[in-house]
Design a protein around this ligand. Structure first.
Ligand code: P6P
Length: 349
């Protein structure tokens, strides 16, 4: 009789995201089932948005282009931005798992309507990051971050949304690219990636136990800002461009201009993504709460590092919902090397 015993990795092939979330829960990593429920609601929203993003070109009038409004950051709001934000809010506010939400698209906290049950978690999200790339077919993404509420009862508050990143319970992103990929991690878990099968509508396990290389050979930064960089930043980039076989230099330069895409490549291939402070943007461009903290939580779970040039991202205590921070994120050896060069700036100040 042929042996039908399957290896553990064989058993994982075809595992759906819903099944994976349930297995994580049964391993007592999400014992209550409430976090599982919340992640499954996010999964549903992701499928809806993926469908719209992938067919937006066919409904250009309806879904592409500007809405004629701007968001809290003064950035033109795209129709798909608004659609994605509304989709997440409408699905999650009625889930019963959340006490309050924060979104890149909303100036202030999003309360849970009294008609719905309030829950023990709070969620921060960038519903559609990289949206300036929508009309030109470049990959874009959703980023989310989940905490337990700190307020005792009743409606969630801004304080619930201003927790340091090390208190996250779960975080993840969805990349709407050549395929739709859902990557997530939980406090007690590892980092796993799932690819949407358009035929079954299921996210299937495609990247189990993601671990970032200790060192890479790719750097990712907007070189258009180089005239505004600090001296240490310029010296670091010149170091990466110099030839030295022993350290894999010169590094390759890759920059999509869509954070979820640039981060996903860095997570899988290693290297470093940087959005530094510069003369134009002293605090950098990326937002701490719903861009940097969730990606920092994920990269640390995958063995990587994330800092603001000197300080661990997950230790920063937010003071406002939309505050920005400089970001260095990726392979630990690369982030540490960047930190060494930037330390020179501190000495020369
Ligand atoms: P720049 C997109 O608008 C975004 O917020 C991130 O997705 C991306 O990493 C960054 O801005 C790109 O900024 O200044 O290089 O165009």
């Amino acid at each position: 009789m042929e042996d039908f015993a399957m290896s553990n990795s064989d058993r994982q092939i075809g595992l759906t995201l819903t099944q994976h979330i349930r297995f994580e829960q049964t391993n007592h990593r999400m014992a209550t089932g409430k976090l599982s429920g919340l992640l499954n609601e996010i999964l549903v929203a992701a499928k809806i948005i993926s469908q719209e993003v992938n067919t937006a070109g066919l409904k250009a009038e309806l879904l592409l282009g500007m809405t004629g409004t701007v968001n809290v950051h003064g950035e033109d709001r795209q129709k798909l931005d608004e659609y994605s934000n509304n989709t997440f809010i409408h699905i999650l506010e009625r889930s019963g798992y959340l006490a309050v939400m924060g979104s890149e698209e909303n100036d202030s906290p999003i309360p849970i309507p009294e008609t719905y049950k309030s829950g023990k978690y709070v969620l921060l999200m960038d519903p559609l990051d990289g949206s300036s790339n929508i009309d030109v077919g470049v990959s874009i993404g959703t980023i989310f971050s989940i905490y337990e509420r700190v307020s005792q009862s009743g409606a969630g508050t801004l304080k619930d949304l201003l927790q340091p990143g090390h208190r996250q319970i779960a975080a993840g992103y969805i990349l709407y690219g050549s395929s739709t990929i859902f990557v997530y991690t939980t406090r007690g878990g590892d980092v796993h990636g799932f690819t949407l099968d358009p035929h079954t509508g299921e996210f299937l396990l495609s990247h189990p136990n993601i671990v970032i290389p200790k060192k890479g050979t790719i750097y990712s930064i907007n070189e258009g800002n180089s005239n505004s960089w600090s001296r240490g930043q310029r010296k670091y980039i010149n170091y990466l461009k110099a030839s030295d076989q022993n350290t894999g230099r010169p590094y390759k330069s890759r920059y999509v201009g869509s954070f979820v895409s640039d981060f996903h490549r860095t997570l899988l291939k290693g290297g470093i993504f940087m959005y530094p402070s510069d003369q134009k943007s002293p605090n950098g461009k990326l937002r701490l709460g719903y861009e940097c903290n969730p990606m920092a939580f994920i990269v640390e779970k995958a063995g990587g590092k994330a800092n603001n040039g000197s300080r661990r991202i997950l230790d920063i205590i937010p003071t406002t919902l939309h505050e920005r921070t400089p970001l260095y994120i990726g392979s630990p050896e690369d982030v540490e090397m960047a930190e060494k060069y930037l330390a020179e700036d501190a000495k020369n100040r």
